[in-house]
Design a protein around this ligand. Sequence first.
Ligand code: PLP
Length: 340
Amino acid sequence: MSIDLRSDTVTKPTSEMLRVMMNAEVGDDVFGEDPTVNALEDKVAECFGMEAGLFVPSGTMGNQLCIKVLTRPGDEVMIEEKGHIFNYEGSAAAIFSSVQLHTVKGQRGKLSADLLWDRPRGQFDWEPRTRVISLENSTNKGGGACYTRKELNALRKFADEHDLRIHLDGARLWNAVIATGIDPAFFGRVADTINVCFSKGLGAPVGSMILSSKEHIRRARRFRKAMGGGMRQVGILAAAANYAMDHHWSKLEEDHRRAKELASTINTCGGLSIDPDSVETNIVIFDLLEEKAETALQKLGQHGVQMVPFGPQTVRATLHHQVTDDDVANVQQVLKQLFD
Ligand SMILES: *Cc1c(COP(=O)(O)O)cnc(C)c1O
């Protein structure tokens, strides 16, 4: 038995997805001639209420292209301290955009207009110029938490009052849409730029997309080429992303249900601690009361269950469509056996 809960990036293409990839109509996308890519860019942009989209190799490149088009060197980007852009992108914002990240401690990876009220700077010559609020939805390190419509409206209002732009790292925006029921087009009204990933819970092997105005996307396209992200007959990958959007998006609901089921078992184990209400999507973060994450992960591994450390005594488990109800039942049994 081997059940891989390390990440929702570990999924493999299904045979049906592979069939669609093999039959994809392709062309040279650097020339703008790949019909499968062009159709996907239009479809995703329309879905999220934006003018245009740009297919990119990874979420990291997507986020960094958005920061690049929204800032000038020396600008400041405000971000919650658990943010992926701050923690997991190799200081790329400093390398490619020469911007400063201003981290703010929020709740479960989320910022709020109230937290930011006295933060924007730039009035005096000696201050950094705050330019962007970078949000994540759902949050990764924040445990899969989602913003409410009200929270996002307040952040948009705040951004407008202070002449700030909003970037939305929506690697798992698909999950947030399913969990909250918010119309995807709403996010296009809240954010100036959005990044979505096809290679997380959606289950495509590769690919992300940035969404914004035609002008921003035109500029991002130039920077994508400069960063080495111009790909040729990439319709093969766009076909997988399109398939995932059509066939896997609605299934995220099952991942969320399974995550909650796992959390309720964790809650009953004497050696583990979790707030089951904190599980909103496919990510389950829990604490070990009596041992180190390292030791616990080793024991889990011996029972065929893989998770990742998220702190000295904290572990993350992530659900995805290749983890079945039977798998979850097995994991629940192993957890009870080891930690109750
Ligand atoms: C995975 C992820 C990304 C992008 O990661 P890549 O591995 O570069 O595709 C960006 N933001 C969040 C919140 C993520 O979880």
